[in-house]
Design a protein. Structure first.
Length: 417
């Protein structure tokens, strides 16, 4: 038996390669069933995100090349065409890799927590498709526990490194009490959603969400007790905003210098903090020349992000130590599984012997034989039968000078010197 992982990620392959072997939600159950049809594939889980596709298998023997061949065939790739991009891990290395991925140590953004949720989804999909068994199931549950331990025992998640967080962190430095502030967020994509949640968690007084599609803005606004408007309504609300964070896909600026000047006049020169995360920029650069405006673009946020990344790198070193220890713990559990069928066979044999002798003793008692003699004979015979084969094997081991069976017996029966 062996664990094996084949994968491709943002470090080993460009996006045009990764997208060729991605598995969407509709394709995943079909892929899992197809992979499991190989007689040597006992269990399988597939993790597929925008940054990685990884196949985790528990195999019956040394035949892990079938996983790589299956991946090429399933995605109609020329045989061997993915070899330069694929990585392969086996047994304890495969276990360590999963733990590192679950803890965010192998992510594009070090320590990011989203990957753990994606792995849990992959686990559930394999469970529902019935390609998950005892061994991989235990491994993934172990990965979830280790990821929680790393989050608890290290500071890997205490210093967010997203652009959205950096923007909110700057806002907190300028406005000491966010409860008295209003934020205008332009756009409704992932970055704006993260910024909205960070602001909400930090007690912002009011949030306005502006987006080209008002319905999408409304959906986000409902989640954070905000207010949705269209892009065309921005001029009417701009003067209300102490904080403006913009991230749209517009090819032209959303806010010009004139609109901001009018808002400042209406605000009676109260300062405005503005962050333009978009590329191309949503806010005309000239806005930064205005007094009482603090304008930052995405490049300006790198210093904050780099500082927090350094904190995460230090925490990652602690996480690696935890993972090393937990890999050994899982390997120890795995080794105990080899003993299970042996223990079961020993118990079954002992049970059979005892039942046969017990039946014989009951018949003797029914025939009127002395109870004490029957019980004594039962104990003597059972002891003899149970110890006969172990005793024979130990005597035989004396002919083999390299045999450690005697020492093993001492440990097995806890016999002191």
């Amino acid at each position: 038996m062996q664990f094996v992982t084949y994968g491709i990620n943002h470090n080993t392959a460009p996006v045009h390669i990764r997208e060729n072997i991605a598995f969407n939600d509709a394709l995943l159950p079909v892929a899992l069933k197809s992979l499991k049809q190989h007689e040597n594939v006992l269990e399988a889980v597939i993790v597929s995100t925008c940054n990685r596709t990884e196949i985790y298998c528990y195999l019956s023997d040394e035949c892990d090349h079938i996983v790589k061949e299956w991946l090429h065939q399933f995605h109609n790739q020329t045989a061997g065409s993915l070899n330069d991009y694929l990585y392969r891990y086996k047994d304890d290395d495969a276990i360590r890799h999963l733990l590192r991925v679950a803890c965010g140590l192998d992510s594009m953004v070090l320590g990011e927590p989203q990957i753990l949720g994606q792995i849990k989804t992959a686990y559930s999909q394999a469970l529902n498709t019935k390609t998950l068994g005892k061994s991989l199931g235990r491994l993934f549950q172990h990965a979830f526990t280790v990821a929680k331990q790393v989050r608890t025992d290290t500071a890997i998640g205490n210093s967010p490194v997203s652009v959205a967080f950096a923007a909110v962190n700057l806002a907190k430095q300028i406005f000491s009490n966010l409860a008295d502030s209003t934020a205008l967020l332009i756009g409704a994509g992932e970055t704006i959603e993260l910024a909205a949640r960070h602001l909400h968690d930090n007690g912002i007084g009011r949030i306005i969400i502006a987006n080209r599609t008002v319905e999408r803005a409304h959906n986000l606004a409902m989640q954070i007790n905000g207010y949705a408007i269209s892009l065309s309504e921005i001029p009417a609300h701009l003067a209300e905003a102490d904080i403006v964070i913009s991230s749209t896909a517009s090819q032209l600026p959303i806010l010009g210098k004139g609109a901001v000047e009018r808002a400042l006049k209406e605000r009676k020169r109260r300062p405005m903090f503005m962050v333009d995360i978009a590329v191309p920029r949503d806010i005309e650069p000239e806005v930064g020349d205005l007094e009482d405006v603090y304008l930052y673009c995405v490049d300006d946020l790198h210093e904050i992000i780099d500082e927090n990344l350094q904190s995460r790198r230090e925490a990652a070193l602690q996480a690696e130590d935890i993972i090393d220890s937990q890999v050994e713990n899982f390997m120890a559990w795995l080794r105990t599984q080899d003993a299970v069928p042996v223990i079961r066979a020993i118990r079954d044999r002992a049970k059979l012997e005892s039942e046969c002798l017990l039946d014989k003793a009951k018949k003797q008692l029914e025939q009127g034989l002395d109870a004490e003699l029957v019980i004594t004979e039962l104990a003597r015979t059972l002891t003899k039968k149970l110890l006969h084969e172990p005793s024979r094997q130990l005597r035989q081991s004396g002919f083999n000078t390299e045999n450690n069976l005697i020492e093993a017996a001492r440990k097995l029966f806890n016999i002191k010197e």
